[in-house]
Ligand binder design. Structure first.
Ligand SMILES: [Zn+2]
Length: 187
């Protein structure tokens, strides 16, 4: 056998061993890419409309008061205020991803705060005149669940402070897959 043929055989043998590894790496790479895409691309979704009585059954009294009655949780009451692990914050009502840990900061207010939402298409806003001065209320674009208020005293690069009730969110660490959006039959 010539040296050239030998090296060709070795090359084929090592390629044969290497192929499954490449395949596995490719597969997990694709799965990872798909999970990142799920969080990084806006989702297309249908509105989730439920009666107040259905929501009352599905949510804790605290979550109901915030999500369905525009209440505000006491400052400092949410464990999520001090969470900074990598992950995604989803609507506690319908599971639509709303915020990323990449945009979370410590505002010192006692409420989880972000300098931008994950996707503008996942959030709707309206003017709120509950206090003397007008504020911009925001809510989940899918289930209309109230989340919080957005202010213009946040950090760079947006200068925005999305001040969120922790009880209106669920935190999903990057080590876990995002759950499917909740449908009426899940609630
Ligand atoms: Zn929602």
């Amino acid at each position: 056998m010539t040296g050239k043929a030998m090296s060709r055989r070795r090359l084929l043998a090592s390629a044969g061993l290497a192929l499954p590894m490449v395949w596995i790496a490719g597969r997990s790479g694709q799965a990872l890419a798909a999970s990142i895409a799920a969080a990084s691309e806006p989702l297309s979704f249908d509105a989730l409309e439920l009666s107040d009585s259905r929501w009352r059954e599905a949510l804790s009294p605290q979550a109901f008061r915030v999500l369905r009655d525009e209440g505000t949780e006491p400052a400092g009451s949410s464990p999520l205020d001090s969470v900074y692990d990598p992950g995604t914050y989803i609507c506690a009502g319908c599971f639509l991803p709303l915020f990323s840990s990449e945009h979370k900061f410590d505002s010192g207010t006692g409420w989880p705060s972000f300098w931008r939402p994950l996707h503008e298409a996942h959030i709707d806003t309206k003017r709120d005149f509950k206090l003397i001065w007008p504020r911009t209320e925001y809510h989940c674009a899918r289930c209309n669940g109230h989340q919080g208020h957005v202010f213009d005293d946040g950090p760079e690069p947006t200068g925005q402070r999305w001040c969120n009730n922790g009880v209106a969110l669920k935190f999903i660490p990057d080590t876990e897959p995002l759950p499917a959006l909740r449908s009426a039959s899940d609630l």
